[in-house]
Ligand binder design. Structure first.
Ligand code: NCD
Length: 313
């Protein structure tokens, strides 16, 4: 689903199929927004007069807030539609909701949904630019872009880096988007976890599959931990949180197997003591808070690029 920033596209639905020369300029723009954010000198006219609607059918803290901040910093009017209080609860279909939003002439629609493909379906029905903020287990493109920007800032680039993505890979849209992006940029990507959560089929995405942390972490430059997505699990996929941590949790002893100064990442929300130990999450090697900061910058870059491509089309 390569649809951004293709010449004719006004949506960001996924990263699969994107090329390095589409990704690098976007990361460069995000980096410039990161610097402007720090110096508090963001031009507020980039999205002036534009309306952004956040449409979240699933819970979110970081993603929804950072899209809101990104839109407001660039001067857009931002509306957060709380689905819990909307007509969706009265049985309105996704497409009827789309038609309503269309009639309101929103410019940007940021959508999170439990069904893979829901943002793509909306994109066919609305005039607005649609940004996928996470759909089912499919993709979460802005999360992978912010992960990539954080990695690039610390490692200077991507070529030759070994990135270990660990934990509940099967249910993770973050993992899928990161795999597409990081393999495209020249990283060696490993997925690490129990066979129930890291099926061998992932090999077809160009990654190496490991079922022990000890093997998977050795020689890694980046260790990316994932939350156990219990809301998407059928029963029996993991024994208990305590046992999971014993075999697959990231603690200092296991982190020492990775390369010296390996980056520790997590998209949040973290479950401390389940997939990651607090001593590691809060250590000097952790860039978890920087990921959040880069999230605002990446979303500013995406909103900026999409509205420009829409109006130059
Ligand atoms: C992730 C998501 O929603 O996919 N969170 C996020 O956007 N930062 C990962 C998760 O929920 O575990």
């Amino acid at each position: 689903m390569a649809s951004f920033p293709g010449r004719h596209s006004r949506h960001l639905l996924g990263l699969q199929g994107m090329t390095p020369d589409q990704i690098e300029p976007l990361l460069d723009l995000a980096e410039s927004y990161a610097l402007l954010n720090r110096s508090r000198k963001v031009p507020r006219d980039v999205l002036r007069g534009r309306t952004l609607i956040n449409l979240f059918f699933e819970d979110s803290t970081r993603t929804r807030t950072s899209f809101e901040l990104a839109g407001k910093r660039l001067g857009a009017d931002v509306i957060n539609m709380s689905v819990a209080q909307s007509s969706v609860n009265k049985g309105e279909t996704l497409l009827d909701t789309a038609a309503t939003l269309n009639a309101m002439q929103a410019d940007l629609l940021v959508v999170r949904h439990s069904q893979s493909g829901a943002p793509a379906l909306l994109a066919q029905k609305v005039e607005a630019c649609v940004v996928n903020a996470g759909d089912g287990t499919h993709e979460h493109p802005t999360q992978a872009l912010l992960d990539a920007l954080t990695i690039r800032r610390h490692c200077g680039g991507f070529g030759g880096l070994t990135v270990a993505i660990c934990g509940d890979v099967a249910h993770s849209r973050v993992a899928r988007s990161d795999i597409h992006l990081l393999t495209t940029m020249g990283c060696k990507v490993r997925v690490v976890g129990p066979p129930t959560l890291v099926p061998g089929g992932f090999k077809s995405l160009g990654v190496e599959v490991f079922h022990t942390m000890e093997e998977g972490l050795r020689g890694a430059d980046v260790v990316m931990m994932l939350r156990l997505q219990r809301e998407r699990m059928s029963s029996g996929q993991i024994p208990s949180a305590r046992e999971y941590f014993r075999f697959y949790g990231l603690d200092q002893r296991r982190l020492a197997l990775a390369n010296k100064d390996a980056l520790v990442m997590h998209p949040g929300p973290m479950n401390r003591g389940v997939e990651i130990d607090s001593l590691v999450a809060d250590s000097d090697q952790s860039v978890i808070q920087e990921q959040v900061e880069m999230g605002v910058a990446v979303r500013m870059a995406v909103l900026d690029r999409l509205t420009r491509s829409r109006h130059s089309a």
